[in-house]
Design a binder for this molecule. Structure first.
Ligand SMILES: Nc1ncnc2c1ncn2[C@@H]1O[C@H](COP(=O)(O)OP(=O)(O)OP(=O)(O)O)[C@@H](O)[C@H]1O
Ligand SMILES: [Mg+2]
Length: 263
């Protein structure tokens, strides 16, 4: 059974970093097949994972649809649509070709939607993508965009664990609260939700702890502010280059162990 993990939160709080750290943990645990889904239109997770990015679903979707339309008009011949191949099969096939294979993890990036004002297509595709390819993986880990479009449009599949990342500030927590509200409003089945505080320096003030309590989602733990991450980013290194004793990795490994226990 595939386990789906989603990472959400306000812009800039460290979603991509946390996603990469969770993936490093899975790799260190010997996970056989991990698919990273970059659902942020600015697509940069691949850099932190050290996986080449050849194309995005958003970049190719319009092109694909036009090809399919043209092909269907001509009875499938122009595109070499095999007899009996449906449009859905054809889209699935294209989605598979967009998966970049890394040494430890595969990646697919949703990219930006084509066409002005249409944010929906790419979000709709997230569901298609995970349906089409997710089943072949032991873990699917989704780095979400800063907004909450996937949740509000019910485009995410069932999720086993959602990590809401926040910085230890009231502003970060407001977005975390909003994510929780949306989770409760929509029909997405999310088994477990946790709050993760990132870039923590020193003790969390009581006022913030009280605010966290009110959100009603358990605090899984803190990721400390970590100079090793800054150094890694400046050198253009990948998460696989981070020393295993880096405080941020140690914190995430302990949290992931707790959150994902039981398979
Ligand atoms: N625990 C940490 N310690 C030090 N630096 C960190 C930590 N977590 C994240 N950073 C740094 O903060 C910056 C923003 O992190 P990241 O890109 O992961 O945020 P994000 O939530 O994915 O942002 P966006 O909303 O733009 O996608 C990066 O430069 C990253 O290296
Ligand atoms: Mg990001």
């Amino acid at each position: 059974m595939t386990k789906t993990i989603a990472v959400a939160g306000k812009g800039g709080v460290g979603k991509t970093t946390a996603t990469a750290l969770f993936i490093r943990y899975l790799v260190e645990q010997g996970a056989r097949a991990v698919l990273a889904v970059d659902a942020d239109p600015s697509s940069n997770l691949h850099m932190l994972l050290g996986v080449p990015l050849e194309g995005t679903v958003g970049d190719t979707r319009e092109e694909m649809l036009q090809e399919v339309q043209a092909s269907l008009v001509q009875g499938g011949a122009a595109m070499g649509l095999a007899a009996g191949m449906t449009k859905a099969d054809y889209l699935d096939y294209h989605i598979r070709t967009l998966i970049s294979e890394g040494d430890h993890v595969d990646l697919i990036a949703m990219g930006r939607p084509e066409g002005p004002g249409c944010y929906c297509a790419v979000n709709h595709n997230l569901r298609e993508v995970i349906d089409a390819v997710g089943g072949a993986y032991q873990y699917v880990v989704i780095d979400n965009e800063a907004g909450l479009e996937h949740l509000s449009r019910r485009t995410t599949r069932d999720v086993d664990a959602m990590f809401i990342v926040s910085d230890p500030t009231p502003r970060g927590l407001i977005t975390a609260e909003r994510v929780v509200e949306l989770r409760d409003e929509v029909a997405v089945n999310i088994k477990n939700t946790w709050l993760v505080l990132n870039r923590v320096v020193g003790a969390i003030p009581d006022s913030l702890l009280a605010r966290i309590e009110k959100i009603g989602v358990p605090l899984l733990g803190d990721i400390p502010y970590d100079e090793a991450l800054i150094a890694l980013e400046m050198e253009g290194g990948t998460i696989m280059d981070l020393p295993l004793d880096a405080p941020s990795y140690q914190a995430v490994a302990a949290m992931a162990g707790r959150a994902l226990k039981g398979g």
